[in-house]
Design a binder for this molecule. Sequence first.
Ligand code: AMP
Length: 429
Amino acid sequence: MILQTPRGTKDILPEDQRYFKFIQEAVERQAGINGYEKIETPIFEYQSLFTKAIGEDSDIVEKEMYEVKRLGEERSDEKEKLILRPEYTAGVVRAYIEHGMKAWPQPVQLYYFGPVFRYNRPQKGRLREFWQFGFELLGADDPATDARIISLAYSLCKSLHLADCVILVNSIGCRSCRPNLKAALKDFFSKKKAVLCEDCKRRLEANPFRILDCKNKTCQKLTSQAPPLVDQLCLKCKDHFKQVLEFLDEAEIPYDLEPTLVRGLDYYTKTCFEVVLKSDLTRQNSLGGGGRYDELIKLYGGPNTPATGMAFGVERMVDALKKQKVQIKEAKKPQIFIAQLGEKAKKKAVNLLDLLQGEGIPARAALAKSGLRSQLKMANTLDAAITVIIGQREVVDGTAIIRDMKEGVQEVVEQEEILDRIKRKLGLK
Ligand code: AMP
């Protein structure tokens, strides 16, 4: 038996849950004020959903997808292989088509928050199971909506006090200008073929856009000299991108133009962006990214529906929050600790726990402990505001001792008055 989390996965312990909660609350707040509703899609879906959208020759499809099988399964009753989702957008788009969301008021605005799975070589900031949250806006092609999504990313970072964020933007064109972009890249990289990594030599023919996203240092260096993609855009895409930037300027959203920015997934068109930290500008460690995907819904056989969206990695955000020493204030309710001495007192203590918890007052006890000293020690460790002590004498007298842990004073109270007294002390009455 291996008593360890599998490689590339980790437990999210209470200490990190605070950060997750902080992020999730900010996401929910932004979703609420921007009119996004929550969607959850299955953690596993049919393989073709991902291969079709993300691209056969993408890193994810080529080497990062996990297959889901029943143990010992030889023949499945499923139509296709099942895959652990490596990202959310494909599932959200499937849901848009499956549930006829085209008939809903457009654009449909959805957000999500949950785990995704990619087989990566585990290293800092690169996990095999990680959490993503994201926003999808389906059914609008106006450049203003691209700017709104980017502005949402900016507001989120701001509300998380991640002051160190930079938004990189670019446009990768549409179906009609993509061949020109591809040709320009092919022309540029063909001349440098000898120094490209083996993967990129292959990509040069199949999909030179992928070279721009290569993790190899030499390829990255070459990429920084590659021709700007915007120079090859068709007039429509150029105008679309110009308007996106104008809307960003209008909203005073700071951004940097990144002329060779592309995304690792095939389904993107026109605007794409990535959010990185100033302290770590390498796109390999981006906090999030997104862009427009006007072709995806049609590609799945759905109605022609332009769309845009973004996804952030939660663990990367947690790391950034820790690195930037962002203080997370937790509005913790004061807690009551109940100490008991003897079997009868334990029963009273359990009743009191129920009573307090029933009133929504956080309360704990250490029912497996019997000594007062160890119980008081625990109350201190838990930073309890009040400790209620019920000993044998208190059981006989029908009383309890209420100890104010901060003041260090205590008083004897009739049992039926305990709740009232505690509420007064907590300022709930
Ligand atoms: P992507 O879906 O590849 O555009 O990734 C969106 C975001 O998810 C990235 O900006 C990261 O924050 C996060 N992310 C992607 N891959 C990983 C990974 N292997 N481990 C942790 N976070 C990741």
